[in-house]
Design a protein around this ligand. Structure first.
Ligand SMILES: [Zn+2]
Length: 205
């Protein structure tokens, strides 16, 4: 937990408190045993100031893996979550402004969830999913800062809408196609039959 820290200080003590809260939350949520909890708490974290990207680097080839937590340089930042229908809620377009104290915890909950998905706490690997990370962040926020949670907005399921929309778009097309096919057979038939040679042919459909 080292590295240059510009702007408002986010001290080593504040970093480890954030880590402890995030680990406690996930240990309870996933019912981790003491060994699993310790494994989660032992994931190395690199802290960075400035920029927007926080990441989880999975352990590989003997390297222990690592979380990078990126916090803004100022005392406050904007929190955004992935837009996932199955998470139910999403941050407003401009995000939710919050202090570093809360932001750090939410970032850790997100990236530590990836560590759990990777199998850091034992058990089988879980599916890599941003639905799970998002749900966990949202649940953490609900418990830690309900008034900020109240600013989340519901994600509309676009699936049903688009099915409905495509029905509306395709119904006339299907009718048109039917009509054209029918017209094709009708006119072919009409060309063969003397009755169809008249100037005004009745259209089917
Ligand atoms: Zn993620």
């Amino acid at each position: 937990m080292s590295g240059p820290c510009g702007g408002v200080r986010f001290t080593v003590r504040r970093r480890s408190e954030a880590m402890r809260d995030a680990v406690d939350f996930l240990a309870e949520r996933y019912g981790l045993d003491p060994a699993g909890r310790s494994a989660l708490a032992a994931v190395p974290v690199r802290w960075r100031r400035g920029g927007r990207t926080s990441t989880f680097l999975a352990p590989r080839d003997g390297s222990p893996g690592r979380i990078t937590v990126t916090l803004p340089r100022g005392s406050r930042g904007r929190w955004h979550v992935y837009r996932r229908v199955r998470a139910g809620l999403v941050t407003p377009r401009s995000g939710i402004e919050m202090d570093l104290h809360l932001l750090a915890r939410l970032v850790l909950v997100h990236e530590l969830t990836h560590a759990i998905q990777h199998g850091t706490c034992g058990g089988p690997r879980r599916r890599y999913s941003e639905v799970e990370t998002t749900r966990n962040e949202i649940e953490f926020l609900l418990r830690a800062r309900p008034e900020a949670h109240a600013r989340l907005v519901p994600v509309k399921a676009p699936v049903h809408e688009s099915i409905e929309r495509s029905r509306l778009v395709f119904r006339p097309l299907v009718r048109l196609l039917d009509w054209l096919l029918d017209r094709g057979t009708t006119s072919a038939r009409a060309r063969r039959s003397p009755a169809g040679r008249g100037p005004r042919r009745a259209l089917a459909g």
